[in-house]
Design a protein around this ligand. Structure first.
Ligand SMILES: Cc1ncc(COP(=O)(O)O)c(C=O)c1O
Length: 402
């Protein structure tokens, strides 16, 4: 007798589309099995090493301070929260009370998912841009909520037009995600005007705002990304999430944080207290080292991404795929090349990897309004972009399948 149980996963999980990068992984595996030399520009997974002084802090702590091997302080050790508050003061002249306006996260992705669970009951509405970083939307669905998509496109500079959100939707929405500098579109805010509108809108309709600031430091040519916390009233309506993943190339370490109004971040802290034990103390100490140590590593990371982006953008324009340098992030958000526009973004990404070994992220993976685009992450070393361009040149010359 077959003893295997057959239990369906939850409807919420079943109804979610396959995880974008899971789908790319399958394509990469297939390409490798055909002996293709895969160049992975799909996931925004930084390839630059974490700085030596941060790594050393971790090694020293783990080796010489065994007390850190115990469960950590879930909301973040006081020193960690203070380092975050100091960083905000220095960077944005924003005052944060480290006691109750800063919360450590096991990466900002986890923070988004748990925030949705903290605020949403089944059927509750939450506002999210489309396209978006996938967990903003999927976190809402996994918490049983109903995402309401705010389309962003070139027409609105990828910035939501809040006036277009119907009053009956705004009045029932509980939560709203925004993300500038934006993944996947690379859009930025030139000033705090949109954030001011968001404060006004959220306050009027009683909505908690979560601004995802994962790319705050990956900015170019003198552009400085504004913080939501700089805007008057921001703490009354929401919070901002940060990640060490991109700023300090610590994606695998799993450490981030949330700052914002104390009453608004409290439910997230409570939800997390039931579900996780916080960030490993040795990693919190390494995070402090990153925040307080020399920031040359951040400048070098940014410089290297820019060098790669310039090489790629120059080359793409030469081979007939129109590209522009973004003001922030390590991505290019690219409309499909002209003669491939009969294909959708997934078909294009599949064909691209099959023919060239180059993996990119299809725009549809970030939402229906991402269709027609692909996102390219410059997360491989500079010299590789020479190969990327040679392969793309051939690919474009050959054109779409007849
Ligand atoms: C907008 C955005 N937020 C959060 C994250 C994830 O950050 P973390 O590694 O801190 O979970 C990413 C990663 O790509 C991202 O693009």
């Amino acid at each position: 007798m077959d003893k295997k149980v057959k239990v369906e996963p939850s409807k919420k999980l079943t109804e979610l589309p396959p995880y974008l990068f899971g789908a790319i992984d399958v394509l990469k595996k297939e390409a490798r099995s055909k002996k293709l030399d895969v160049i992975d520009l799909g996931m925004g997974n930084p390839d630059i090493e974490t700085s030596a002084h941060v790594v050393e802090r971790l090694c020293d702590t783990v080796k010489n301070h065994p007390k850190t091997h115990r469960y950590p302080q879930a909301k973040g050790m006081p020193k960690f929260r203070l380092a975050v508050a100091d960083w905000y003061k220095k960077k944005f002249n924003v005052d944060l009370n480290p006691e109750n306006e800063v919360l450590a996260l096991v990466g900002s992705k986890e923070g988004v998912a748990h925030l949705c669970m903290a605020y949403l009951d089944p059927g509750d509405t939450a506002l999210v841009t489309n396209p978006c970083y996938p967990v903003h939307r999927n976190g809402i669905i996994l918490a049983g909520g109903q995402p309401y998509d705010i389309p962003i496109s070139e027409d609105n500079n990828y910035i939501p037009d809040l006036k277009k959100i119907p009053a009956e939707v705004a009045s029932k929405a509980k939560l709203m995600f925004i993300n500038y500098p934006n993944n996947p579109t690379t859009a930025v805010l030139e000033d705090t005007k949109f954030f001011e509108e968001v404060v006004e809108f959220a306050s009027k309709h009683n909505i908690v705002v979560c601004q995802d600031f994962a790319y705050s430091e990956i900015t170019y040519d003198g552009y400085k990304a504004p913080s939501f916390m700089e805007v008057e009233g921001a703490k009354d309506v929401g919070m901002e999430l940060h990640s060490f993943s991109k700023t300090y190339n610590m994606a695998g370490w799993r450490v981030g944080y949330c700052v914002g109004g104390k009453d608004l971040i409290k439910p997230l802290e409570k939800m997390k207290s039931y579900l996780d034990y916080g960030v490993f103390t040795a990693i919190q100490l390494s995070g402090i080292k990153a925040l307080k140590g020399p920031q040359k590593c951040v400048r070098e990371t940014v410089k290297e991404y820019r060098r790669r982006q310039k090489k790629l953008v120059d080359g793409l324009n030469k081979i007939g795929w129109s590209a522009k340098l973004p003001k922030a992030t390590m991505y290019l958000w690219m409309r499909l090349p002209e003669n491939f526009r009969d294909m959708n973004s997934l078909e294009f990404a599949e064909l691209l990897i099959e023919k060239t070994g180059i993996a990119v992220a299809p725009g549809i993976g970030f939402g229906a309004y991402g269709e027609g685009f692909v996102r390219i992450a410059v997360v491989t070393h500079y010299q590789r972009f020479h190969d990327v361009l040679l392969r793309l040149k051939e690919f474009l010359k050959e054109g779409p399948p007849k």
